[in-house]
Design a protein around this ligand. Structure first.
Ligand SMILES: [Zn+2]
Length: 413
């Protein structure tokens, strides 16, 4: 079997699939807006939303196109093996893997940075969402690059060490280590957030008293209620629970506090507390165990057949390239399928968290809060159902309002 042809065909198939999905996304402007969210935008705002959506779709069309063409060319013409040959490190197992990984990150950056720039600094700015300065954009980029390079090279070297020392036991040992790293990242997320954002404790006052009371009423302890400077990057608002156990921190975006009434903030907070109460982060983490095991299994399968690499210009196994094949070929087939399940579960969690807020008396406030959040971030109010199934980890605004309204009507009977 010619593995290169197989890889190129698989990338081509996913390329076509991505284009179909994007087409459905573009066409969502033709769909009727559901009745319960019709009042969100006035006709003038709706027109602006359509223009925004169109521009975003156009950019993402072009991004999908360029990304796939680059992948096809780079893999098709053995670019990684050729560039590795120039460095003279082809025979060094670790050196060769690190070089290929770094090349992949650099090539990825070269084509994708202009897109992020246009997206954030041009389109988002044009519609008044972007607050990033050029400096923030560059600093974020450099931080991401360094983190990405360290994490990827570190993981791959660890993978080689374990594979060389333990052979097929890698399946168990590396999976266990990867899961521990993921757990540590969830646990330390409040600390990791600080690499990109400032967190300050919520100042004393009525809001903090109400939030603290809600926490106490539900026997929930957190380390801190923090406010993050999301406004440095975007006007879009958010809130979330980060970390586990003693590290647990609630993070509210300063933009959320700016844009919402106190009732609405408490309602969004109550929703987040619902997630916490239902241990949703932990459940999603457990779902990821399946995901990670599958990835390790595929990586193991890829490095178990050295002949694969000869089709791509290498002399033998290149662990860095194995991870590239894993990401751009294997996972691009498997991820959408896993995504269907994880997103379905996540949407179920969202309904349950909304219900929790409503049970605590914040149903109405949550409806108006959610409307504001969606209005202020120019959400798509009528996405294609297939896109919702595949990519939405939250139900649409209309679905959430319907569920909340039905719940509140049921309670009032
Ligand atoms: Zn939620």
């Amino acid at each position: 079997m010619n593995f290169k042809v197989l890889a190129l065909v698989m990338i081509g198939v996913m390329f076509a699939f991505d284009i179909v999905l994007k087409y459905l996304d573009v066409k969502s402007t033709d769909r009727e807006t559901p009745d319960n969210v019709k009042d969100l935008f006035n006709p003038e705002e709706y027109k602006t939303w359509m223009a925004y959506h169109k521009e975003k779709c156009k950019l993402s069309f072009s991004r999908i196109f360029v990304s796939n063409i680059v992948t096809l060319l780079v893999i098709g013409f053995d670019v990684y093996a050729l560039l590795l040959g120039v460095t003279g490190l082809s025979d060094d197992l670790y050196g060769a893997a690190v070089i290929v990984t770094l090349l992949d990150i650099i090539i990825g950056m070269i084509w994708s940075v202009p897109y992020s720039y246009i997206d954030n600094m041009k389109i988002e700015a044009k519609y008044g969402f972007n607050r990033m300065t050029n400096k923030t954009f560059v600093v974020d980029l450099v931080k991401e690059l360094i983190i990405n390079a360290c994490v990827m090279c570190g993981l791959i070297c660890l993978f080689i060490v374990i594979h060389q020392a333990m052979g097929n036991l890698l399946l168990i040992v590396f999976t266990a280590i990867a899961l521990l790293i993921l757990l540590a990242m969830v646990f330390l997320s409040p600390v990791l957030t600080r690499i990109f954002n400032k967190l300050t404790p919520l100042e004393e006052g009525e809001l903090r008293d109400r939030l603290t009371k809600l926490l106490e009423d539900n026997n929930c302890t957190v380390r801190q209620i923090s406010v993050t400077d999301g406004s440095r990057r975007s006007t879009k608002a958010n809130a979330y629970f980060g970390g586990f156990g003693k590290m647990k921190t609630i993070v509210l975006y300063d933009t959320l506090i700016e844009q919402m009434t106190e009732d609405e903030i408490v309602a969004v907070f109550a929703h987040e507390m619902g997630h916490n109460k239902h241990k949703d982060t932990l459940k999603l983490y457990c779902m990821n165990i399946v995901n990670i095991s599958l990835m390790v299994f595929m990586a193991w399968a890829l490095v178990s057949y050295p002949e694969i690499y000869t089709y791509f210009g290498f002399d033998g196994v290149n662990y860095g390239f194995a991870f590239i094949l894993l990401g751009s070929v294997c996972m691009s087939f498997v991820s959408p399928i896993i995504g269907l399940f994880i997103n379905a579960l996540s949407r179920k969690f969202e309904y349950a968290a909304d219900k929790f807020a409503a049970e605590n008396g914040y149903g109405e406030a949550l409806v108006s809060g959610l409307k504001k959040l969606h209005k202020n971030s120019f959400s798509n109010l009528n996405p294609h159902p297939l896109l919702v199934k595949m990519f939405y980890n939250h139900p649409t605004l209309s679905e959430r309002i319907s569920a909340l309204t039905a719940f509140m009507e049921g309670e009032n009977k």
